[in-house]
Design a protein around this ligand. Structure first.
Ligand SMILES: Cc1cc2nc3c(=O)[nH]c(=O)nc-3n(C[C@H](O)[C@H](O)[C@H](O)COP(=O)(O)OP(=O)(O)OC[C@H]3O[C@@H](n4cnc5c(N)ncnc54)[C@H](O)[C@@H]3O)c2cc1C
Ligand code: SF4
Length: 476
């Protein structure tokens, strides 16, 4: 193998790429040479804290894309470790989320089932030190290795009203010293997490990048994958002013749901679905004033996961929705009643539309152009049902009043999905269930871009489990 030739090249060091590499290294021989190319720099945690850096200004995401729909913001980190500013919320997808077409006649079925993914969920949950309870509609082959965090007072009321359907929020915010990290103290600034209780790739998975088989190059912007006669032969990247070509037998692109399709489009791939079906969930915040109940006494920043409106025959007409019950103390400005408040977010699923997309900008081909015209009528039906759902949720509880907060513009959840979707039909998908490109078989696209639908659950646990599964499948 020549000096600039590798068995595998991995693009990005976010959740998807890191978990792919983690699994890949377990099976790859000692002779393997793996090149990892990361556009961002390594952020020093002390500098991050001191300067309150949530999103790095070294490469600002808003500067490297052209957003054609300013009413919809797009958030992503360009840095070693990828989404280091994530909150750490890690629910699984509901088993029925994988087959909404068969069950409810909407969206698409995933080309794999909950059961196919289940062992990989367990592997990632253990690696991230996720704590949770076995309650809820999520069959598990093994209990969580770490205990759930404590509910707050409002969660206790909901858990009593909805047995088994209001459960402790599973999270990568450490609930026990067994994770090797300090226990979360519930201060609620999780984008920064001053005590490193929250799992981050740059801090807690850095060991995979010092493996002797791995060469990590930072500040290396991948521009394209070289494809000849239906096979990847190499990767082209830029380091400062230098253009570099590296040869490889396998290219794995985990640059997130905006940059991954952009790189593949620049590489000349013309799949009909490539860059299309861009989507995100949408949340509606609800501030609830409680009557005589002091709240915010839970063990972490988001304490309760409400599943009462997540699944059912109603999904034929309107979206499933999960509820995040927050424990960050947004206080009530009334003497003696500071803590008599709860805050919940209703997070709705959507049906992805072909018309929302990422493309190579015709004006500046070095940037992706992102266009998002509107949500589906399905999502609108969900948003319009919010006040009815709130009434149902708080019925019989000691609640004085509530306010449903308006959605700003087209909203945003920082959960960008759908642009390299997986499926069985190359006519409406880009990769197969193993995340391999339908025709260029030594090309893998990772991340939530591969999601064929837009479930209500936060995506990072699922995309990480899919990445582990994809790496494992290469060796079976
Ligand atoms: C404020 C915030 C809070 C969030 N909270 C949660 C949460 O609680 N739960 C949850 O599930 N999700 C959350 N998310 C979403 C989560 O961050 C993403 O789902 C996750 O980071 C996606 O993982 P990924 O590996 O696909 O992409 P990323 O983590 O974004 O990694 C992509 C990597 O590719 C690199 N890259 C990009 N372009 C190139 C290129 N051309 N060449 C080389 N490298 C490149 C990037 O620098 C980055 O390292 C949150 C996001 C934000 C912004
Ligand atoms: S609540 Fe505090 S300690 Fe816990 S993860 Fe968030 S910032 Fe870190």
């Amino acid at each position: 193998m020549s000096e600039n030739s590798y068995s595998a090249i991995i693009v990005g060091t976010g959740f998807a790429s890191t978990f792919f590499l983690w699994e890949y290294l377990k099976h790859a021989p000692a002779s393997e040479r793996i090149l990892v190319l990361e556009r961002g720099r390594r952020l020093d945690p002390a500098e991050r804290l001191q300067r309150r850096i949530v999103r790095d200004e070294f490469v600002r995401f808003e500067d490297v894309i052209i957003n054609r729909t300013p009413a919809k913001p797009w958030l992503q980190n360009i840095t070693f470790g990828g989404g280091v500013c994530w909150f750490g919320n890690t629910p699984r997808m509901h088993p029925n989320d994988f087959r909404t077409r068969s069950l409810y006649g909407v969206g698409d079925d995933w080309p794999l089932s909950y059961d196919d993914l289940e062992p990989y969920y367990v592997a990632v949950e253990d690696a991230m030190g996720i704590g949770g309870s076995s309650a809820g509609p999520y069959p598990r082959s093994k209990p969580y290795s770490f205990p759930p965090h404590r509910f707050n007072a409002f969660d206790e009321l909901l858990a009593k009203k909805y047995p088994g359907l209001h459960i402790p929020f599973p999270s990568a915010r450490s609930s026990s010293a067994g994770t090797g990290r300090p226990v979360c103290c519930g201060n609620g600034i999780c984008e920064l997490c001053p005590v490193s209780a929250k799992f981050q790739n740059d801090l807690h998975m850095a060991h995979v990048y010092v493996d002797p088989r791995v060469t990590l190059v930072l500040e290396a912007e991948v521009e394209r994958v070289d494809i000849q006669a239906g096979k990847v032969t190499g990767v082209q990247y830029r380091q400062g002013t230098h253009e570099v070509h590296a040869k490889t037998d396998l290219a794995v692109v985990g640059a997130h749901a905006v940059m991954t399709p952009f790189i593949l489009l620049r590489s000349g791939l013309q799949d009909r679905a490539l860059g299309r079906y861009l989507n995100e969930q949408l949340g509606r915040g609800v501030q609830i004033n409680l009557n005589g109940i002091d709240n915010y006494d839970g063990g972490q920043s988001v304490t309760g996961l409400g599943l009462m409106f997540l699944d059912g025959a109603f999904r034929k007409d309107r979206p499933g929705c999960l509820i995040e019950s927050w424990n960050v103390p947004w206080l009530r400005a009334e003497r003696g009643r500071w803590r008599q408040r709860a805050f919940v977010t209703f997070v709705f699923e959507d049906i992805p539309s072909f018309d929302n997309y990422v493309a190579v900008s015709p004006e500046d081909p070095s940037k992706p152009e992102v266009r998002y015209s509107k949500h589906s009528g399905y999502m609108t039906a969900g948003l319009e049902s919010t006040s009815r759902l709130v009434e149902e949720l708080i019925g019989g509880l000691p609640v004085e009043s509530y306010t449903i907060l308006p959605v700003d513009g087209l909203g945003g959840s920082a959960h960008i999905q759908g642009t390299t979707r997986m499926g069985q039909d190359p006519g409406n998908s880009v990769v197969d269930r193993d995340l391999r490109h339908h025709s260029v078989r030594n090309l893998i696209a990772l991340g939530s871009g591969t999601f064929p639908t837009c479930p209500a659950a936060n995506p990072t646990l699922t995309l990480s489990a899919l990445a582990v599964r994809s790496a494992r499948r290469l060796f079976i």
